[in-house]
Design a binder for this molecule. Structure first.
Ligand SMILES: *Cc1c(COP(=O)(O)O)cnc(C)c1O
Length: 362
């Protein structure tokens, strides 16, 4: 078998090797049951153990109190773009969206189809190279909620300090930086994250919801779209994505064994600093997309002097075992996604490759 590469893909993304190895060991015969996790009943004790352990690890790692419910749903973060307004943007109310990137825009557009949505602030005018300032935010009169995107996967920017709007419910898409750093969860009323960046395989979405939000869900909606129904059944209203939840549980255990969110933050900041240093010390050869104070610790985005060099960079990097570096079409250039599971060695290897590439082509 070819050696494993350093995988900088934005999502689905690299997973911790010890997790993959455990999945492999347990694949044919989970806990002496003579079958795999894919084959056991979602109503069995064995699966309940898995899903409830994952639930309690999310609570433990984030320091969630009893006033929050943890859910494992399907449909990706993209279904949450619609579910949030379907559940909370009722007739006669308005929701405020802060646009800081590609997925924030998508979330806003879905809400605008369902009800009244307002753009409370946007950094589109500078091609989303920054997070908006607090004094730019123009909220509506008592909005149903405010929606933010904690880390902008495509543009490589990240909220460093979360906003606080008092009693107005705060909703956040944390798909690309959940579990990468500690933060004050009590500021948020709903958090969602597709698993395929920081949590596990695609196909399961983590939702954390404050229980008092569940009372606001309208009656006239399909059960599968209702947070209150899904919460009442503890994510077991229908057959959940069992295998994916099993892998998420292993990833959460890995996060815990590796020191939890404080340790993740420290490690992630160091990892990112090596790549940002290579950008900043390149004499202008590499140009970072994000303004420095908003630089993401999860997605590092930069351009080279021209597109031919960018293509060559991606090609030569791949030949050196560094894959998945092509940027999103709306930014172009290069994007290195360095979620929790990317090792420091991977980031150092990329930084070294970048330095060599400047020497050769700069
Ligand atoms: C990847 C991503 C999404 C889309 O997630 P899906 O699970 O594919 O729907 C949404 N928001 C952010 C911030 C992302 O990084």
């Amino acid at each position: 078998m070819q050696q494993r590469v350093y995988n900088f893909n934005p999502g689905p993304a690299t997973l911790p090797l010890p997790v993959l190895e455990q999945v492999q060991r347990e694949l044919l015969n989970y806990k002496d049951k003579g079958m795999s996790v894919m084959e056991i009943s979602h109503r069995s004790k064995d699966f309940e153990e898995i899903i409830f352990e994952a639930e309690s690890l999310v609570k433990e790692l984030l320091g969630l109190g009893e006033d929050y419910q943890v859910l494992f749903l399907q449909g990706g973060a993209s279904l949450q773009f619609a579910m949030v307004p379907l559940n909370f943007l009722s007739e006669g109310t308005i929701a405020d969206y802060i646009l800081t990137g590609h997925f924030a825009e998508k979330a806003y557009k879905e809400a605008a189809k369902i009800g009244k949505a307002n753009i409370a602030a946007s950094s589109k005018d500078t091609n989303y190279d920054r997070i908006v300032n607090m004094d730019e935010i123009r909220l509506s009169c008592s909005p149903a909620y405010v929606h933010i995107t904690s880390n902008n996967t495509v543009y490589g920017t990240q909220w460093k300090v979360f906003p606080d709007f008092g009693d107005i419910p705060l909703v956040a898409d944390m798909s690309s930086d959940i579990m990468s750093r500690p933060f004050d969860v009590s500021k948020f009323d709903l958090i969602y994250a597709g698993a395929q960046k920081n949590l596990g395989p695609a196909g399961v979405t983590l939702v954390i919801i404050r229980k008092n939000m569940l009372e606001k869900v309208p009656e006239n909606m399909p059960s599968m779209l209702r947070y209150d129904v899904l919460a009442e059944k503890r994510s077991l209203y229908n057959t959940p994505p069992c295998f994916n939840i099993y892998v998420v549980n292993l990833v959460l255990k890995w996060v815990k064994e590796n020191g939890g969110l404080e340790a993740m933050k420290e490690r992630n900041e160091e990892k990112a600093s090596h790549i940002y240093e290579a950008i900043d010390n390149s004499g202008g050869f590499y140009k970072g997309h994000a303004q420095k104070e908003y630089r993401s610790v999860m997605n590092v985005t930069f351009r080279l002097p021209n597109e031919d060099l960018e293509k060559l960079f991606v090609k030569e990097a791949a030949e050196n075992g560094l894959v998945g570096l092509k940027g999103h079409r709306s930014v172009g250039g290069i994007r290195a996604s360095i979620y929790n599971a990317m090792s420091k060695e991977g980031c150092l290897a990329l930084a070294e490759f970048m330095n060599d590439f400047v020497k050769k082509h700069g």
